[in-house]
Write a protein that binds this ligand. Sequence first.
Ligand code: CP
Length: 306
Amino acid sequence: MIQLKNLLYLKDLRKDEINQLLDLSDHYLNSKSPHEFGNLLKNQSIASLFFEPSTRTSASFQVAAKRLGAETIIIDEKKSSATKGETVLDTIRNLEAMGVRAFIIRTGDNDLFNPLINDVGPDTHLISAGESSISHPTQGLLDLLTIRQEKGSFEDLKVVIMGDISHSRVARSLAEGLNIMNTRNVTLISPEEFKPQMEFFPSTSYEEDPKKGLSDADVIVTLRVQKERIESSENNLTLEQYSNEYQLSEEKLELCKPDAIVMHPGPMNRGIEISDRVADGKQSVILKQVENGVAVRMAVLTQILN
Ligand code: CP
C-alpha cells in the first residue's frame, strides 16, 4: 500500500496511488457496519484547524476520524489563541507536544503549507482541507470516486466543469486528478470574467459558450458562484445574466449525454448556478458525493496514519 506523509495536492500523487485510495474508499463504503474499522486509528489524535468556514469537509473528516477510532480536537479559530496572535506553526507545535500527529487545515492563505511542511515535526502529517483557490485534494478524490462509481472508468469520458473556475480550488484539484487518470476530454466553461490561468489546468480546454461546451458531456460539475465576485466584476456581469447564461437548467442538461451525471461540491446557490429541478433530479449525484466524502477521508486518514 502507498505511504503518504502529507496530502496537499492531487498532482503529487500517481495514478496507482489514486486508484488505491479510491479502492480503499469503496472498501469502507461496502462495509456492512460503519463501526468495523473502529480500531484502525485507536490512540491516534487528529486536530482540525479551519480558518475558513466549512460544513461538508469539516463534518466528514470528524465522522471519518470517529469511525476509525481516532480522538479529534477541533480548534475554533475565533475562540482560539489565534485571536491573540499565535501563529499556525506555534499552534501546531503546542498540539504536537500533546501528542497530536495529524493536522487537517483549511486556509485562505496561499503561502501557509509550503513553509509549514518543513517546520513541523518529522512524525507530523498535514492534510489540506482546502487551500485558497489552489487545492482541495480530498474533494478532488471524492469527485473522482463518484465518477468512477457512476461511469466505471475515466479515459473515455467528457467531463465539464462549469462556473467560477478562476477562484475554484475544487476545479483545480479535480482537473489535476482527471489529468492523472488520463481523462480524454476535460472542458472548462465560464464567462470570460472567470476564465482561469490555463497553465494551472493542463490538458483541459476552455469554452465560453455553454451550449458548445456541454454538448455530449458525460459528467457536469457545477461550481458555486461567489456572489460577491459577480457583484464586483469589472465587466458588469450581473447575477441575473450569469444565471440566464450559465445556470445548469433542465434545458442545458439536455445538451449533454442522456445518462450524464450532475455533480456539485456544495454549498449550492440554488437558482443561480443550478436549478432546483436539476439539483434534485434523477441525474444528480450530489448527495452521493457527500456520502463518498466520508469514505475518502477515512481512506486518506488510514493511509497517512496507519
Ligand atoms: N465542498 C466543500 O468544501 O464544502 P464545505 O465548504 O462545506 O466544506
